[in-house]
Design a protein. Sequence first.
Length: 98
Amino acid sequence: MNSIGEIIRNLRTDKQLPLRTVAAYLDIDQAILSRIEHGERKATREHIVKLAQYFNVPEKDLLITWLADKVVYEVADESVAFEVLKVAEEKVKYNTIK
């Protein structure tokens, strides 16, 4: 499974676009985009939405990967990570029913 950074890098390189071009579209420094692609910095929701538009890919797909990466980052080192995810899933289900 690719991280959001890997997906962004693949989208960019598949279109043979330099970092500076995509970074300019996002209105960020190309060093920041490089760090996002390498998993050293986190993209914002705004970045993800703009990238989906720029690369003409489903926004939902990029957002799912971005959010999943955020969750994994928070719980990956926890010994109870799987249990946390199960409880979180139930809470999300409960909150969407309200």
